[in-house]
Structures are given as structure tokens and as C-alpha cells.
Design a protein around this ligand. Sequence first.
Ligand code: PHE
Length: 457
Amino acid sequence: MIPKVNVDSPRRDSFTSNIGVIAAAAGSAIGLGNIWRFPYVLGENGGGAFLFIYLAFVLGIGIPVMLSEFTIGRRAQRNPVGSFKKLAPKRPWFLIGVMGVIAAFMILSFYAAVAGWTLEYIYQSVTNSFAGKTPDQLGEMFEDFRMGSWRPVIWFLVFMLFTAAIVISGVQKGIEKYSKILMPILLIILIILGIRAVTLPGAGAGLSFLFKPDFSKITAGTILEALGQAFFSLSIGMGTLITYGSYIQSRDNLANTAISVSLADTFIAVLAGIAIFPAVFAFGIDPAAEEGLVFITLPNIFQQMAGGYFFSLLFFILLAVAALTSTISVLEVVVAYFSEELNLSRKKATIIAALSISLLGILASASWGWFDKVTISGRNFFGLLNFTSANILLPVGGFFIVIFVGWFLGKNQVRDEISNKGTLKARILGVFMFLVRFIAPIAIALVFLNGIGIIKF
Ligand code: PHE
């Protein structure tokens, strides 16, 4: 159904069941962030110690921010900008929402570029192109593809088209249906891949890289990367989950949803790490192989397992679907904003958003080809969009979101929302308020300012 321009209409689109909410929010959270981004960022940042810090951030900062977003969204029943306008009329808080919309533009442009790579890898799986290649050759295959520009750009555009088509069709039908069936299958494949990876000869080194913290490798920059990765992976800090929160029904339990989604997301990331690092070490791949890590490592595993052809095909298809349930959630932020605040029809909003994001995404997709000479403070377009959105916009957004919930909305309104107007116990209220008032904002501020070099410990 097309959401009404009058957002107070009782017919505003919503998810139909709590499982639907969890599936959709988990669909947003679980994606390339867990399977592509987490392993390579961890690989570049020294391994186990990064994992340890990451987990601490998910628990102490990520879950509170996620619950804050659900609270804001369900209370206001609007897109991120409209939500702040409604809850804090005539105040500048809505700028957090504006920043979220900007972050959505940036994230979607490079994220859908990587999602396009998964389409290329589906194609390569179909044609059995990994077979018989050495780890080095698989590395070259990835680099050649990425430098080619045309193919990455075309796959990116194809992916944007899929995303836009689903978003046009509306929240319920579009999102809920797909995420419920496919994500559990992806989980099973990851487990199978993990088992294959840890039984490779030489796998032990990868497991200790992943799980044995070496804190001498930690720098201010690394800690900020861990925070950015936590925000990125959980889909928080830019209003995606404010938007989804606005579709959550009044009887659903927000706290349970936030906790289950965060734990599921983290579990998948760790599982991806278990599938990747043993293989990275077993095949002698560089753990700091950047954005190519997953695309180079996994084809090596597929070659070494029974049914590799089948698994590789299935894996890349499901990875593309996991990416799709995330890209629709990002596009949904922009579309909800355009349609509710600028009074565009849903269809028009989607088309305008998708077209303008595509321009940015072409720059991102061709960052290693046509635009490989263009660098801005040492990063190409892709790197710049990736770094700025995850490590700057999301943490800053998250900071203001928790401040808003902790200090502006205040305990009574929060209790009302978390307890579903008193019908649930809301035992976690005290802990939650403490986290959003003190721990999360202070921690985000310190990590952020330290990470970008404004203060030094
Ligand atoms: N969390 C998604 C993933 O891990 C990416 C994402 C980021 C989605 C921000 C929405 C908002 O793949």
C-alpha cells in the first residue's frame, strides 16, 4: 500500500507482525556490512583486539542507539526528519534527520556498488570461473574486474534498479516477504563455509588472528573504525531504524526487538570472520586485502569443498539478497523523507532518489578504473564515501540521537514507549536511560574526537 501524505492517518503502512519487524530490521542490519565490510576492516585493524572493542561497542553503544531510534520512530510515526520535527517542534533537532538523509545518499552509493560486485560474482559462479585458479589468480580476477569500470558500473545500476523497484512497491509487500525466508538460508551456508574453513590445513593461525587480542595493534584510528563499523553494521545513526520504527505496531516490544536484531547481526559478523580468516591464512592471502578480501578468499574455499560450484552460486545469490534487504532500508529513508516532507508521491520520490544516488554511485563504482587518479585526502571516491559516512556521519548522528532520547524526550516518554504505555514491564528502563544519558554519548564523543585527532589520550 502507498503510505498516505497525511502521516497521521491510521492507515499508515506498517509491518504486520513482530516477526515481520525483526525480520525487516535484521534484514536491514545484516548485509554486506557483516560479510564484506566487517572482515576486511578487522583484517586491516589487527584482528582480535578489534573484535573485542567492536563487541563492547555493540553492547554499550549500539543497542542503546538502536532502541533509541525505534523509540523515536514509533513515537513520532514519521521519517527521520519529520520525527524530530514532530517530537521537538521549532527546534533544530530535525537537522539530525537531515544528516541521516545525507548519510543515506552516501552509503547507498558505495554500498550498492559492492552489491553490484556480488552480481558479477553470481555470474562468475554460474560460468564456473573460479575453478582451477590459484589464490593469486583469484586476486587478479577481482582487481581486473574492479579496474574495468564498465562492468562494476553496470552491475551497480542493475542493483539500484532492483532496489528502487522494491521500494516503489511499498513497505509490507516489499520487505517483509523476502527477508523472512532467505536470511535463515544464508545463515546455514555461512555455518557450512565456517566448518570448511576451520578444517583447512593451517586454519589455526586465522582463528588466533580473529580471537586472540593483541592490544598493541590498537590506535585511536582503529577504535574509531570499530565504532564506525558497529554503527554501519547495525544500520544505526542515520535514521534507518527511526523509519522502520515508525512502521512498528504499538503492541510490539521495542527493547526485545533491538536486542535480538543486534545480537543476530553480531553473530553473523563473527560467523563471517570464522569463515574468512582461517581461509585467509590457509591460502596465504593478505588479511589487509581491503575491499577485495571476501571476494578473493571465498572463491578459494569454494574450490576446496565438495559441491563448491553449488555453494558458491547459492552464497553469492543470498549475499546479493542480504544486500538488497539493506539497500531497500537505506533508500526507504530518503523516500520516506521525500514523500512525507516534500509531498512527492512514493513513486516519484523513489525515482528521484534512485537517480540522484546513481550519479554518486557511478563515481564510487569506477573508483579503481576511470577515476583511479582522483583522490581526496588520500582516498578515492569509494573510500571517501565509505569512511565519511561510517566513521563520521553515523557516530555523530548516533551521538545526537541518544542525547535526544536521554535528555530531551526524557524518562516518562521513553517509559511510555518502551513499556507500550504500561502494558509491558520495561525492566531495562533504568539501565537504558543511564546508557543513553551518560555512557553512550560520552563514549561516542571520546572515541570520535580521539579518532579524528581533536583530542589525544
Ligand atoms: N547494516 C547494513 C549492513 O551491514 C548496511 C546499512 C548501513 C544499512 C546503514 C542501513 C543503514 O550491511
